[in-house]
Design a protein around this ligand. Structure first.
Ligand code: OSB
Ligand code: MG
Length: 368
């Protein structure tokens, strides 16, 4: 595949319901899509950077200019056989992993289309359906949260994850557990606590949680190992794991017992596969994280979730939880038992609605 041009597009779509984490609330998403055009075939990718540099230092504006001035030029006019070769071509640039992932993943999609293979098979997946969980943000009131949990349980989701922060944690868990003593429940702090709060975090042990995700600093592994020694609840690392080396370090130091893999956070499918393999070799279960993706990124998350060690339900849920209308066809649907069925069609198995994308466009730039 000779890489001839890359198109960057930004579209804006309102969220069906606001999403609030320990670093703030958003009502809509600026979705950043890339299309890599090769001779006779093209592939789409989604850059999952947020509107602000809060979850990570990358954000939509930094990824746009880095792609335009560095990453796309390093790919143009190159001939590659596999999507995985992209990581090496962009290797001179430090960081900017979400921007790199969008381009690498688009090339994997192009490769799958060229070979008329399902993307999940190209990635080495083995599952025919994947188990789905939901991530529920901080709400205006506990009543509102309980209503949301009830809706998601009725929809069939197999794991409920609640966003927590100081002041929205133990009291909330108390209410949720007294209503639903047995559901599979976890929490995600997005780095809202410090090691000084160990005694407070030990109180989470009373709620039989599947895991507590990223309680401490976003760039830390060592102090999570100190904290994990003090907790019965399994720690799951999200922000701290940027590559397979971080995963190996976290496993060796026993900083966590579970790892969340986000393909954007680790820089693309090839590094996501390496993180997966490192976890598999150490019997650490993984699950696929989400970044409030449109259908383009969601379809890639679904393909990744078919790999063997994705043994826990991911934050990969139905399009309609996020969007009134998704930009893929069919939309992502979840069965009443909480599973997504994997398509055997070539590529992702989802068709991209370019007409709708054109209607939602905010800016577009083609680099060739
Ligand atoms: O920490 O997992 C996170 C969304 C944006 C940024 C970080 C996170 C999240 C989610 C939402 O939890 C997952 C999803 O449903 O896409
Ligand atoms: Mg998280």
């Amino acid at each position: 595949m000779k890489i001839e041009s890359v198109t960057l597009r930004e579209i804006q779509i309102p969220l069906v319901h606001f999403f609030e984490t320990s670093f703030g609330r958003i009502y809509s998403r600026r979705i950043f899509l890339v299309t890599v055009h090769c001779d006779g075939v093209h592939g789409w990718g989604e850059c999952v950077t947020g509107e602000d540099p809060y979850y990570s230092s990358e954000w939509i504006e930094s990824s746009w200019v880095t792609m335009k001035h560095y990453l796309v030029p390093s790919l143009l006019k190159q001939t590659v056989e596999h999507g995985r070769e992209a990581a090496h071509l962009m290797g001179k640039v430090r960081g900017h992993r979400m921007a790199k992932a969008a381009l690498e993943n688009a090339l994997w999609e192009a490769e799958a289309r060229a070979k008329k293979l399902p993307l999940w098979k190209l990635l080495g997946g083995m599952r025919k359906e994947i188990a789905c969980g939901v991530s529920i943000g901080i709400q205006d009131s506990i009543e509102q949260l309980l209503g949301k949990i009830e809706t998601e349980l009725n929809a069939g989701y197999r794991r409920i994850k609640l966003k927590v922060k100081p002041g929205w944690d133990l009291g909330v868990l108390e209410k949720v557990r007294s209503r639903w003593p047995d559901i599979v429940l976890s929490v995600d702090a997005n780095s809202a606590y410090t090691l000084d709060e160990t005694e407070h975090l030990r109180k989470f042990d009373a709620f039989n949680l599947l895991m507590i995700e990223q309680p401490l600093w976003n760039d830390d592994i060592y102090y999570h190992a100190r904290l994990q020694k003090e907790l019965r609840t399994a720690i799951c690392l999200d922000e701290s794991i940027e590559n397979a080396r971080d995963a190996a370090c976290a496993i060796e130091t026993r900083a966590c017992r579970i790892i969340n893999i986000k393909v954007g956070r680790v820089g693309g499918f090839s590094e996501a596969k390496s993180v997966h393999d490192t976890c598999a070799a150490n019997d650490i279960p993984v699950w696929c994280g989400g970044m409030l993706e449109s259908g383009v990124g969601r379809a890639h998350n679904i393909a990744l979730s078919t790999l063997e060690s994705f043994r826990l339900p991911g934050d990969v849920s139905a399009s309609k939880r996020y969007w009134k209308e998704d930009i893929i066809e069919p939309e992502v649907c979840v069965s009443k038992e909480g599973f997504i069925t994997i398509s055997d069609a070539p590529g992702t198995g989802y068709h991209i609605r370019e007409d709708l994308i054109e209607k939602l466009i905010v800016r577009k730039e083609t680099i060739s």
